[in-house]
Design a protein around this ligand. Structure first.
Ligand SMILES: Cc1cc2nc3c(=O)[nH]c(=O)nc-3n(C[C@H](O)[C@H](O)[C@H](O)COP(=O)(O)OP(=O)(O)OC[C@H]3O[C@@H](n4cnc5c(N)ncnc54)[C@H](O)[C@@H]3O)c2cc1C
Length: 436
């Protein structure tokens, strides 16, 4: 069993151990920056957002340099639950209350485009990342099950989204071998994938399109020289016409003007030993991914080699708990008590960057510094689209970027200093509701 802690920058191969790292394809190190460089666009961060931005820009002929403090996919992009959802993180009904019905519809369409862009990129670049169809939304309380069924009908009938269908308690029980749920919905066009292999494949495509990726090169500061943004690193300075901040939950103090819009919180995943095809399929008969309706959500799916990959657990400390496996195993056994005899092979954590209203934060600073972050636990698809939208905006077509940037993102009360205690209080309150 391997328990992970965040690894220090100095380590030459700092990807923390996980099921994903153990089954990674294309982890070859990329050289750190070596001396000063000049480019059209300097992207900071090599997760989905940064790599997708680099790929879309390089395909348009831009000279792109990507700086990554650690390794490609080292952040949330290489550690997540792999659920590929369309739409947005909040329902269209709730979205309409924030941005109005018309923009809510446009944002839903963008979310659908995001999901399709991921599938197209996987097909176009031959990315071997275990893509499989389907996500089940499972109601943890009777009221949640009812709301999920109603929401599925709303999407189908009012939004014309034909891929989703309500599931009664019995229908859900026939697919997922757990007595916990009260019905829900099945989205056949959503999917799940190996998240690290997806970003590694995207990075290969970006390099082939001409982008330069420098790992082990933390951006320390952005300054301005002769009117241009200059990204300072210990290995050299990168002068660019544009800078893209794609640091998400790892932004730290690099750009204080936006730091208080996001809050990094830790979330955890375990991988069991391989269960054998028959036992695995007995747990999730259609091999879809599952996400429940709790505030501190349980999400899980089967890996290509028949392990249960189970995400959940809560930790309100800024550090990882000592026993991640024990924490998440408890959540797994509440859903599947029949897995009590199963060994946990891997346990790891990652930083989910949340915003106050759970919508992503897009914007521009000083006219030439773009940012996209705070995907709030639903970023596999939207980050890929974020890269496309940032690339379009840099190329002078900003309609989609501006639509995304028009979503109002409140700052956390207390800014970067006091946001943590107020969030912890809020999270504890809502996680209590899960238990009632
Ligand atoms: C445990 C977990 C489960 C999740 N499950 C799902 C899921 O099932 N479905 C879903 O849609 N989303 C999920 N998410 C969210 C999703 O993973 C993220 O929204 C997405 O990966 C964000 O991508 P990103 O590129 O913006 O950020 P990241 O992948 O976090 O990448 C940011 C990168 O920036 C680098 N960086 C930061 N600062 C600097 C600097 N100063 N210099 C250079 N580099 C820097 C970091 O090293 C990092 O590699 C999950 C997240 C976690 C943590």
């Amino acid at each position: 069993m391997t328990t992970l802690q965040p690894t220090p920058h100095a380590n030459a191969f700092p990807h923390p151990a996980s099921y994903y790292v153990a089954t990674a394809r294309g982890l070859e190190p990329q050289p750190p920056l070596d001396g000063d460089a000049r480019c059209d666009v300097c992207v900071i961060g090599a997760g989905y957002t940064g790599i997708s931005t680099a790929l879309h820009l390089a395909e348009r002929g831009y000279k792109v340099v990507v700086l990554e403090a650690q390794r490609v996919g080292w952040g949330a992009s290489g550690r997540n639950g792999g659920q590929l959802s369309g739409g947005q993180r909040i329902d269209p009904e709730a979205m309409a209350k924030i941005v109005g019905a018309e923009r809510a519809r446009q944002l839903w369409d963008l979310g659908e485009e995001a999901k399709n862009t991921v599938k197209q990129r996987i097909a176009r670049h031959g990315i071997d990342c275990d893509l499989k169809p389907g996500i089940i939304h499972a109601g943890f309380k009777p009221q949640h099950g009812k709301e999920m069924q109603e929401h599925a009908r709303y999407l189908r009938d009012d939004y014309g989204y034909a891929h989703i269908r309500p599931l009664s308690r019995e229908e859900l029980r026939a697919i997922v071998a757990s007595d916990l749920y009260h019905g829900g919905a099945y989205d056949a066009d959503a999917a799940h994938l190996h998240p690290l292999n997806y970003v590694l494949g995207l990075a290969r495509a970006a390099r082939e399109a001409g982008a330069l990726i420098h790992e082990m090169t933390p951006a320390q500061q952005i300054v301005r020289r002769n009117g241009k943004p200059v990204v300072h690193t210990a290995q050299g300075d990168v002068t660019a016409d544009f800078v893209v901040l794609a640091c998400n939950g790892h932004l730290g103090g690099l750009e204080p003007r936006i730091a208080s819009k996001i809050m990094p919180i830790n979330n955890f995943i375990i991988a069991t030993e391989p269960l054998g095809a028959e036992r695995a399929r007995a747990l999730i008969a259609n091999d879809a991914a599952v996400a429940d309706s709790k505030y501190v959500i349980d999400y899980y799916r089967l890996s290509a080699d028949g392990r249960m990959l189970f995400g959940g657990g809560e930790s309100y400390s800024q550090n990882y708990p000592a026993d991640i496996a024990g924490l998440v195993r408890k959540c797994m056994l509440r859903v599947f008590p029949q897995l009590a005899d199963v060994k946990i092979d891997y346990a790891w954590g990652g930083k989910v960057a949340i915003t106050l209203n759970r919508l992503p934060a897009f914007g521009r600073l000083d006219g030439d510094v773009y940012y996209a972050m705070g995907f709030s636990g639903q970023g596999v698809a939207l980050t890929t689209l974020a890269g496309k939208a940032v690339a379009e905006a840099i190329a002078g077509q900003a309609e989609r970027f501006d639509l995304l940037a028009s979503i109002p993102i409140p700052r956390f009360p207390g800014g970067t200093l006091l946001r943590w205690p107020s969030l912890v209080a809020g999270m504890l309150y809502y996680s209590l509701l899960d238990r009632l």
